[in-house]
Design a protein around this ligand. Sequence first.
Ligand SMILES: Nc1ncnc2c1ncn2[C@@H]1O[C@H](COP(=O)(O)OP(=O)(O)O)[C@@H](O)[C@H]1O
Ligand SMILES: [Mg+2]
Length: 339
Amino acid sequence: MRESGDNYADGRYSLLQALPTGYCFSEFEIEEVVGRGGFGIVYRAWDHRKKRAIAIKEYLPATIVTRRNDLILNLRRASFQKRFKTGLHCFMREAHIMGCFNHPCLPRFLRFWQQNSTAYIATPFYHGVTLKTLHVRYPKIITQNWLCNILFPLLDAINTLHLAGYLHCDISPDNILIQNDQLPILLDLGSVRKTTKSLTDDEEITVRPGFTPYEQYAANSEENRQGPWTDIYALGAVLHTMVVGKPPPVSIMRDIEDHYHPLTQLCPAGYSASFLHAIDCMLATDVSERPPTIAKLVSMIKPCIFQASHIPAFTTLSSDILANCLYSDSSISDRQGGT
Ligand SMILES: Nc1ncnc2c1ncn2[C@@H]1O[C@H](COP(=O)(O)OP(=O)(O)O)[C@@H](O)[C@H]1O
Ligand SMILES: [Mg+2]
């Protein structure tokens, strides 16, 4: 089991591991470190051929490898070889999964390559801030309307993964990037897994206390079956964090003794009872009480969207679910000029 890391914030040790500014992979020149987790480093780089910024993710599990002076990675111990290979395999799978989707709110795959005894994934660089940073720096921006506006494109992206038989398994505020035009990107497909597939013995489970539902801790147990409701719990925890400033209690603790305070009882100012009720349902410990699919969740929070002041970017979305939800209702058509 592995705990998802935080963004780049932890100083010298990580800096020593990163590739230096100016380092080039052919036409890509490293400019800056923009993200740092336990398993890799994300750089902003400049694509000299296409004259645009890109993001390059490097597989670098800091507890397993160090970087030599010639910038090639070295195992900390020979016995770590198998762990490194397993992680590398997951990293390759992340690249493969990215390449399977073409959605405006999922990172677009540009290139994968191996070098420096490790591997790299290039995607466009998305200008914006993660929800985690935004929540700390600009808390006043976050209102129910604002959340609804980012929520619906995000739900569309998650639904696209679900319809293809995948679960994201690591939805959290630092994996949601809000671009300058407010369109969210659901980053980090590193933990994505097939809904139907059991984990092999050496595959690790990603857990993020507060966001990971109970069933994900015991991923292979029959009675803890994962499905769209697993991502729905994590998304509920993201919304909870945005609304009250912290995630719900850790799910495995809730399973022993539940100290969760329903938002419908806390009644935070500025939020409607139906929106808060939807979040409470998303965070039910009993999976049968959660909305089982994104479609069900959308129908549940549909009334909240009518309160949202504007609906940006929906026209660019790919799946039918939100379009049906939004445009089948005459009151929306009226509000938008009866199209
Ligand atoms: N394409 C991108 N554009 C801009 N920033 C990015 C991009 N990809 C990742 N980041 C930044 O790097 C951080 C870590 O990226 P992520 O893919 O989540 O890797 P990790 O597996 O290390 O968590 C993100 O939280 C975000 O701040
Ligand atoms: Mg991440």
